[in-house]
Design a protein around this ligand. Structure first.
Ligand SMILES: Nc1ncnc2c1ncn2[C@@H]1O[C@H](COP(=O)(O)OP(=O)(O)OP(=O)(O)O)[C@@H](O)[C@H]1O
Ligand SMILES: [Mg+2]
Length: 268
């Protein structure tokens, strides 16, 4: 049985906690003994920024320079590796946009990378070529979203875009987690939006990640929330997310993870 889960962390809206979720989920899973590769498809390069990593080789080299993908990996410890990116990825996108079938290039290149339990791709806040490449490589999409009116709007738009991508590229990406982020427990709109999300998207909706200053501080010291402040509410919330991702594992790897389709129907 294939035990690799390939997850794209996606929302077309900016600043909703995609990178924060990708980084802390990757760190949390690796701490639970899973072998994790975190890759960055966003030219903002926030994965490397959050973890204070600026290696020689990165996603640009993998996509454009024909460097062997394994050589583009930087190890951050026993179970956690990354392929970060930086501004040069903008040039990669411009270059690739002139090529037919460019969306499939990442999937082709990444085919030689095996042996992980999880590969997590952080996506930019748009539906550009790099995002589409990540989505065509991935088998699952996790959507972090703010729990408010604008958040609900972009959640629905993102779901719609994923449906269109699946039909345009004959792909079978499943949405397997919707993650309310930047959640303010005292705010009525957050509570209402969370309920609305659960009514529309059922058990795909994770427990919210509360607003927590420690989460915002962790990148300053290049750490995940788990090594920066392990007893903070932020670490507690991200640990709950990690646990729920692990709980889904057998269900999804056995091919029974049809919830994404149920959700997609609900949103159509
Ligand atoms: N739960 C949280 N509590 C407090 N701050 C948070 C939380 N989650 C994210 N942040 C902060 O919110 C900002 C946006 O988060 P992040 O960069 O992860 O979003 P993003 O969706 O990746 O943004 P972009 O679309 O630009 O890539 C960052 O400053 C981050 O530290
Ligand atoms: Mg980001």
């Amino acid at each position: 049985m294939n035990s690799l889960r390939k997850i794209a962390v996606i929302n077309q809206k900016g600043g909703v906690g995609k990178t924060t979720t990708a980084v802390n989920l990757a760190a949390g899973l690796s701490r639970q003994g899973k072998s994790v590769l975190l890759i960055d498809l966003d030219p903002q390069g926030s994965v490397g920024v959050c973890l204070h990593q600026k290696p020689e080789q990165d996603m640009y080299d993998l996509l454009i320079e024909n460097i062997h993908p394994k050589q583009c990996i930087t190890s951050l410890g026993k179970n956690l590796d990354i392929i970060p990116s930086n501004n040069s990825l903008i040039r990669a996108e411009l270059f690739l946009s002139k090529r037919d079938g460019a969306e499939a290039l990442l999937r082709q290149k990444m085919a030689v990378i095996t042996g992980y339990d999880y590969i997590i791709a952080d996506c930019p806040p748009s539906f550009n070529l790099l995002t589409r490449s990540a989505l065509l490589y991935a088998e699952e999409a996790f959507i972090p979203t703010t729990a408010d009116y604008l958040g609900m709007d972009s959640l629905k738009k993102t779901v719609h875009l994923l449906q269109r991508l699946n039909s345009s590229f004959d792909h079978d990406l499943k949405i397997t987690k919707i993650i309310p982020t930047l959640y303010d427990v005292r705010n009525r709109i957050c509570k209402e939006s969370h309920i609305q999300m659960k009514n529309e998207f059922y058990e795909l909706v994770a427990e919210p990640i509360r607003i927590n200053a420690r989460i915002r501080e962790a990148p300053q010291v290049g750490k995940s929330i788990f090594s920066y402040k392990p007893s903070s509410p932020g670490a507690k919330d991200y640990f709950s997310l990690v646990r729920s991702v692990l709980q889904d594992e057998q269900f999804i790897l056995n091919g029974k993870g049809n919830d994404g389709l149920k959700m997609v129907k609900a949103a159509a």
